[in-house]
Design a protein around this ligand. Sequence first.
Ligand SMILES: O=C(O)CCC(=O)C(=O)O
Ligand SMILES: [Fe+2]
Length: 470
Amino acid sequence: MANVATDTDEMLEAYEARLYIGKSEDEICAIKQRKKHSTTVAVCQAMLREETWHIDSNVTEQDIYLSYVTALEGLHRRYEAIDILSNAIDMYFPDDPMLLLALARLLFKAGNYDDALEKCLDVCKIYKSDPNSCDIDTAADAYHLAGWVKIHGDDHTEAYRIWSEGSQAIPSCKVLARQHRKRLCWDIQSNENTPLQEGLVGDGALGPFEIEGFQACDTPAQAIFEQSTQQNKLVFRSNAPLLSQAECSRVLEIVDQFHQEKLGGVWGTVRHSSVKTTDVAVEDIPALRPWLQKLLSTRVYPFLATCFPVLADQSTMIDPSTQLSRCRVHDAFIVRYDAERDHSFSLPEHNDTSVTSCVITLNDSFEGGGTWFEALDRVIDADIGHVVAFAGPLRHAGYPITKGTRMILVLFLYVHGFKYGKYLENGIPTRIKSTVPSGDAPNGFVVYNQTVELVNTLNQRPRLDFSGEF
Ligand SMILES: O=C(O)CCC(=O)C(=O)O
Ligand SMILES: [Fe+2]
């Protein structure tokens, strides 16, 4: 018998070795992964059939389901995984937070956002009614994912409401705290009375603003504004600086001082990109918080209300009852492109997760640069202190610098209470082909740390790995 077993093992090994002939390392890895997932599926099916949890106290039925559906997903059988998990929840575990969250993840990846949200909110409800009945990480992930469902529906307002609620329920969760902190830092009511540091005087142009508008045709981004007012103008440039040169210099001094004192002079990145990028979130630099608040309320928001006065749902950028802007910061960061120091020349083509975005130039010691727009087929650059404002869903890129260091303030903004996703979907789906190259390497990509966190939340592995037992 021993010989037969050895022969069979050898035959299997030889068979497997033949499978790998002529294959690349990646292909071999994929074959091995598939094998591992298939084994897990078979083992989990057997364990569920035999109800192993009655005889092995190390496993629970829920663990088996989690491993089972994760392996199915690895085999690209996501819809089967969703069915199996939905049935298990309905029949045996209606209140199991781990299984509900796992189902929410699968539904999110399948693009079924409504059901994903429902499952996430079920988990949040379980946690709220009895924190002991739900693992804290599971609850934090549920809040995090629920917010992302809203961002995917282009409803930033609701996303931040959920994240802030989550952060208050689970103060130890850093990811939720960071999102909540943005609301504390940037919303109109806060910081109003915090004094500005010396030199941050806020002496740029105030309204009425002289602006230059650029028409962008055949882009879905048109659909998020009232078309007869907007007249296809989706990119704007200020004719007078919003920031004085002295103010720009003082801001950069503070940014530099922050890096020297807190980070040993080394810049980090908020973004992950196919090219080198260096940047810092403005809310991380305490001295700049009241400054940006003031810049937003006195100059940026009024500027944007001039550029984009009426939205697709006929509501206005300025709330008529308070006369305040409905704009809110989704992200605010200072970006450094440095041709000589670290070869960060450009930013690949992308869309921002925003209704409108702003790029404000903070220095002038560089050559090249500017923001390239696909729909305009050109680069729009701005002098020091000036702003380029545009519809976030427009495809654009940071055009390469050829010399020096380009410093900019980048703002991603949404409009409180304005869900723009449905208008974008109805927008014209055509994409015009560019004749002027954006200056990027092909297949460039830009993702933000937040998106990386979402991917991490989505791809958590189950507790047990049954495939290793064989
Ligand atoms: O460098 C630029 O002008 C564009 C920057 C940008 O698009 C971004 O940071 O999202
Ligand atoms: Fe951008």
